[in-house]
Structure formats: C-alpha cells, structure tokens
Design a protein. Structure first.
Length: 312
C-alpha cells in the first residue's frame, strides 16, 4: 500500500514507498551556537552501513517542501538520507527566513559532521541540492575531500547572471531595498520582499510561471511565510558557484530542465564542461517540476547516477 496523503499540492499523485520500507529518526546539530533540526531516513531490511545523501533545501524553502518524497525514494533504494532545515527556517532555530549562502553552506557542513556520530550509517557521503542549495553543495564539495558524489537538481550556478538578466530596473530596486534593510533591521526598521512573486514584483524569484510551481510545494501545515529580508537580495547578486566547479573532485550530476525559466539547460550543459567527473542530464522539466509532475524521471536519473558513481 502507499503511505499517506500528500502534504502539498504538487505531489498529490505521487506513489510513495510503503512506510515499512524505511524508518526515520530526528537529528539536531549546532552551527555557531544555533540549532538545526532534520530527519534521517534509513533503509529497511538488511542494508548495513548505507551511504548518506545530505539534502539541503532550495532558495527560501523548508525541508517539508517536497523533499520527504525524494528522501523516501533514496531510502527505498538502499541509501540513507538526511534532510534538514537551514537556520531561520522550518524547525531549525530562528524564523528570520534570511537567505545567505555562506551560513547556509555552514549548515550543510554541520549536517555532514553530525552524521559522523550516527552508528546506523556508513562513511559514504553524497551532497544533494536543488536550485540555490545546489550551488551550496557544489561549493562545499570543492572545499572538502570526504564527499563521494554530488547531485545538483536544476542548479543555480550563477545567481549574478540570473539577477542581471532581469534588467537594470530590477537590479537598482533590489540594491536599494537590500541596503535599506541592511541598515535598518538592527533598529527594527527592516524590510522584507517576497521569496517568489510575479514578474513585476521585487522578489527573490520572479520568472514567469515560477510562483505557482513554488507555492504548490509548500507543506499545508507549515507556518512558512512568502517573505525574506530584503538584504537577502544583496547576498544573491554576487553568488557564483560556477567559479568553483573545476575544484570539485567527486562524481557530479547536474540535472537540468529544458523548460526551466530560471536556469537554462544550455547554461548548465556549458558549465558541466568544467567538472572533472561530471554527468549532465537535460530532461523536459521546469525549475520545480522534478518535485511534482516530472518526479519519476527526475528521481530515476538521480538513482541511476548514484548506482554508477558509488557502485561502478
């Protein structure tokens, strides 16, 4: 039998593994004195010392936004998966919903280190990210030598290019709002912008069609707000994980959507040439459909890559 009723609109028709095929446990870890919380998915049966997929949520997202369905599939295939909330989001400490690549990479590193104290998993480490967090795990993989594979779904590799493509007016508005918030938030005069909005809005994500796709992944029981401090925009404009790809030693999958309005598949294919051990897959999908309507082929590509990278 299938598991339970889905908790977001985008995944209502997904077939989930039976609950007896995996188990879960809660894990917490500290980063710079603040607590991050997550869920560890463990394969059932006789899978001893499974490698772990460390799953980082995308731009402004919580770990409940479609990620459990993917973690379950990893566990069903014999991999453990650890999905966590960044600080300021979900069940982790704070509720600022600030998007800041540096501290969020630190959260990912803290998640990896926490797993070294879990007896139920092996030493294999796979970093997994989607959208903005794909950039986080790629830059983290460039820094570390204990990463066995990387999976990057619809990866944001050059946020500066995305922002500048929105035009000079957007860049100017984002800069003014960001500086205003940066100066004012210490005195209770901060400003927020939507995480995802329409094309004419000043939001972190504005590309046509993305608002519905993003909001359809929001957990119906979440207290998430569609807002982030405007200074988040300042952190994004100079974020360029593409500059670190040549330093990634681990086998890496870049999964691109040919209908993605945020990151073109062509840009992902071009960037993959810098990877030492890169695999790039372009499939019919938009930025968020690998979690919904294109879930099965997207997960299939990821599992196929992991089998080749870890067992081959």
């Amino acid at each position: 039998m299938t598991r339970r009723n889905p908790v977001n609109r985008a995944q209502r028709r997904l077939v989930r593994p039976p609950r007896e095929r995996f188990s879960t446990r809660d894990l917490a870890f500290d980063v710079d004195g603040e607590t991050c919380r997550g869920t560890l998915y463990l394969p059932g049966g006789d899978d001893d010392d499974p490698p772990v997929v460390v799953m980082a949520p995308g731009l402004g997202a919580e770990r409940s936004f479609g990620y459990p369905a993917i973690a379950e599939r990893f566990a069903d295939a014999g991999y453990a998966a650890f999905s966590f909330d960044h600080r300021g989001f979900g069940e982790s400490e704070g509720d600022s919903q600030l998007v800041h690549p540096g501290p969020q990479r630190d959260d990912c590193a803290g998640a990896i280190d926490r797993l070294s104290r879990v007896d139920a998993v092996g030493r294999g480490r796979i970093l997994w990210g989607a959208s903005l967090s794909a950039g986080h795990v790629l830059t983290l993989a460039a820094d570390r030598r204990d990463v066995d594979a990387v999976v990057a779904v619809t990866p944001v590799l050059d946020a500066r290019s995305i922002v500048t493509d929105r035009g000079g007016r957007y860049v100017a508005r984002a800069g003014l709002a960001g500086v205003s918030d940066l100066l004012g938030h210490r005195f209770g005069r901060g400003r927020t912008v939507p995480i995802v909005g329409e094309k004419a809005e000043l939001a972190a994500i504005t590309e046509p069609g993305t608002k519905r796709g993003y909001l359809d992944l929001v957990d119906r029981e979440s207290s998430w707000r569609n807002e982030t401090p405007a200074r988040s925009l300042l952190r994004l404009v100079n974020y360029r994980p593409i500059e670190r790809l040549a330093e990634v030693r681990a086998p890496t999958l870049l999964l691109a959507g040919t209908d993605d309005p945020i990151v073109s598949a062509e840009a992902v294919v071009d960037a993959a040439a810098d990877l030492r051990r890169g695999t790039v897959v372009s499939m019919p999908a938009d930025h968020f459909s690998p979690f919904g309507t294109d879930f099965e082929p997207a997960v299939g590509h990821q599992l196929s890559f992991l089998r080749d990278a870890l067992d081959g």
